[in-house]
Design a protein. Structure first.
Length: 258
């Protein structure tokens, strides 16, 4: 895959690298854009083939699952097949290095693909759950999901959900759907880290889904420097924007900082 090259001045990168080196408490907030460079489609912007006529809000809800479980399950089995063959990229790896170097580091992610942990990040708060885990819609039991790798290239539009071995209710992915609560304690821990941060890196997120979208303004109000890394213009006033692919800019930032 060819990525757009970064459009960043040396001054802006130096400034960001200095802020990274000097900060005692660093937080990164990531979204689908950081995994785009691992070949995973984002939610808003990328062409998602079979699914482009659906908004994520129309598939990722309890109502959609109740109404058309086979459509929702097929969408998730496709995404799981893509994730199963994806590997962490240089952006994920650079965040592992930042965790190693910074005196305190918290990674808050909206991603459900598990690539941060696969890269080696340790202090990770997953706001939206885990794609590769099933949760029983009846008894709540959680188990690792089955993946059919063929769905990555040949997705199907409808597939009946697998059933719980204990209670036979349909399984669903252990992700947070629109209208559902975040995992217990996750938002509180993320907000605590953001309000204590000296530097917040906001990487590859459109910043439109709440409550995650409230974390950058919270950090800024609490006195943190906020640096936004995104291929598109995404930085509100007062935040430093580094425009380009995360897999290029994060490693450059790390090598300038240390
Ligand atoms: P989006 O798809 O909304 O946004 C992805 C962002 O990444 C966009 O701003 C892109 O410009 C940017 N981007 C794309 N490629 C990039 C790259 N190589 N490097 C840096 N930036 C890049 O994804 P999220 O913001 O993660 O929630 O979406 C938030 C939530 O909406 C998701 O967690 C999911 C979704 O519906 C739930 O499912 C609950």
């Amino acid at each position: 895959m060819r990525l757009p090259a970064a459009d960043v001045s040396d001054d802006a990168l130096d400034d960001a690298a200095r802020a990274l080196r000097d900060a005692r408490r660093v937080v990164a907030l990531t979204g689908a854009g950081i995994s785009a460079d691992s070949g995973l489609p984002t939610f808003r912007g990328a062409k998602n083939g079979l699914w482009q006529r659906f908004a994520p809000e129309d598939l990722a809800t309890p109502e959609a699952f109740a109404r058309e479980p086979d459509l929702v399950w097929a969408w998730y089995q496709w995404r799981r097949a893509l994730v199963a063959r994806a590997r962490p990229n240089a952006g994920h790896v650079a965040l592992v290095e930042i965790e190693r170097r910074a005196p305190a580091f918290t990674l808050v992610t909206q991603n459900v693909d598990g690539l941060h942990r696969a890269a080696g990040s340790r202090n990770v708060i997953t706001l939206h759950g885990e794609l590769m885990t099933d949760r029983c819609s009846g008894c709540g039991n959680e188990t690792p999901c089955d993946v059919d790798p063929s769905f990555a290239d040949a997705p199907v539009e409808r597939l009946d959900p697998a059933r719980c071995v204990d209670c036979a209710a349909p399984l669903r992915p252990a992700v947070v759907w629109f209208g559902e609560r975040l995992p217990a304690g996750a938002l509180e821990a993320a907000a605590e880290a953001a309000s204590a941060a000296e530097l917040l890196l906001v990487v590859g997120t459109s910043g439109v889904v709440y409550p995650a979208a409230a974390l950058a303004p919270l950090a800024q109000r609490s006195g943190a420097r906020v640096i936004v890394i995104n291929t598109d213009p995404a930085a509100p006033p007062g935040m430093l924007e580094l425009r380009g692919p995360a897999s290029e800019l994060l490693p450059r930032l790390v090598s300038l900082a240390w």
